[in-house]
Design a protein around this ligand. Structure first.
Ligand code: MN
Length: 234
């Protein structure tokens, strides 16, 4: 018997893949917090890797928006921030993956913008509340085309972000506090990683606000570029 629904189910969220006609369906969006020392310091929360473990938050797959889009300045904030990040794309299931085996679950990489209501995130952080209103923002997870790099562990590459052509973030993936194998090993102790899971690996220093009319452009060396146009509030 064919299942029928009261209304149309939500669409499958997906991304274009370089060199392929097929699109990559998205499962979950994981984000790593404070994974570059200079950003952790600018947020007033330095990281001591010897006594800390990575932490994560999630964004709904339906917050996904493709690079090049124009999105309305979101409601509920006066301090909407960009965070330029390398995004890891999972292509194989993985649970309790050893660091040495982490490459086996990697499909490829993309550029990402983890857009953030900074004002609400900091209130939540300081009051011990969930980060959802600060992070899980409609059209707030911007991702470029996916570049297939199966099995490849990225260890370095310049990462940059400009707003209206002015450099705001400039770092290198070699400055990640927790490396890609360490993140896959750690996150897979909590979740059964699945094909289509995205892992935003964290942003370096230089985060800041955007306003309506501005264009954000970013890049990760060896992966690609990403852009976002901020439109007027609804
Ligand atoms: Mn982030």
């Amino acid at each position: 018997m064919t299942t029928t629904y009261l209304w149309n189910p939500p669409p499958v969220r997906s991304l274009p893949v370089r060199g392929k006609a097929e699109r990559l369906p998205i499962n979950r969006i994981f984000c790593v917090g404070r994974n570059y020392h200079a950003h952790a310091v600018e947020m007033g929360r330095p990281v001591d890797k010897s006594v800390e473990v990575p932490f994560y938050f999630t964004k709904s797959p339906d917050t996904l928006v493709e690079s090049g889009a124009t999105v309305a300045y979101p409601p509920g904030t006066r301090n909407y921030h960009y965070e330029m990040e390398l995004v890891l794309v999972v292509g194989k299931p993985g649970f309790r993956v050893a660091e040495a085996d982490a490459g086996a679950v990697i499909y490829g990489y993309a550029c990402g913008l983890d857009m953030t209501r900074r004002d609400l995130q900091l209130v939540a952080r300081d009051k011990g509340r969930p980060w959802d209103l600060g992070k899980d923002i409609e059209q707030g997870s911007v991702v470029s085309e996916v570049v297939p790099m199966p099995g490849q562990v990225i260890t370095k590459g310049a990462l940059e972000l400009r707003v209206n052509g002015v450099m705001k973030q400039q770092s290198n993936v070699d400055k990640l506090i927790w490396s890609i194998p360490e993140l896959i090993a750690d996150l897979s102790t909590y979740y059964h990683l699945q094909p289509g899971d995205l892992i935003f690996t964290g942003t370096p220093e230089g985060v800041g606000p955007v306003v309506a009319g501005e264009r954000v452009e970013g890049s990760v060396e060896g992966v690609g570029t990403i852009a976002l146009n901020v439109g007027p509030a609804e």
